[in-house]
Design a protein around this ligand. Sequence first.
Ligand SMILES: [Zn+2]
Length: 232
Amino acid sequence: MSVGAPPVWRNVWLAAALGLASAWACADSPLCRLGLRQSPVDIVAPVKQTLPALEFRYLTAPLKIANDGHTARVRFSNAGDLRIGNETFTLQQFHFHTPGGDRLAGEEFPMAAHLLHKSRTGHLLALVVLFRQGAENLALAALWPKLPPRSDGDHLIAGASVDASRLLPASRAYYRYEGSLTASPCTENVTWLVMKQPLELSADQLLFWRARFADNIRSPQPLHDRIVQENG
Ligand SMILES: [Zn+2]
């Protein structure tokens, strides 16, 4: 970076170096404001269609978890895949958002898990699991004590493993729409699958998270001319 860079770019660069989300906002890609296929959305009038079944082939994997200052992220190198029709998407990582981002007929959920997948050709697929406040969630009960307290990179937790299928609801029914990354550069051409059946987490589990992380998802974005598909 040259010394003569305008102050705004110096700030952006500093923000990038420090990983500060608020300062990142001034570097938002134009796609974040102008894109027509942005995520999350409010799913108000889904259209029933025959969609392929979700075939989860997740594997138990060593627990590698990072606190990046905005969320906790579990990364995988070999945790299986999700098969949809004749397409295969490898599970890359999952992380959490408060509130849930995607809404169902206006209902906002206090939390969501985003499970990110990638196909062999590089196509991204985000699978969303929404949480309502209710009973304690056993998968989160196993995970929360392992959250690194500081933003200091990946932690491979000795002796701990994680099975992402424990974050899936019993029902495999889902909504599907074409969306985007939810933070800059807001890249589009990301397939979004939102599981219809929310999971539950307890008030204490939500408080535990909120004591560590600020809200970290943007508001629902306009659908424009997109159709949300619904299976079943
Ligand atoms: Zn996310």
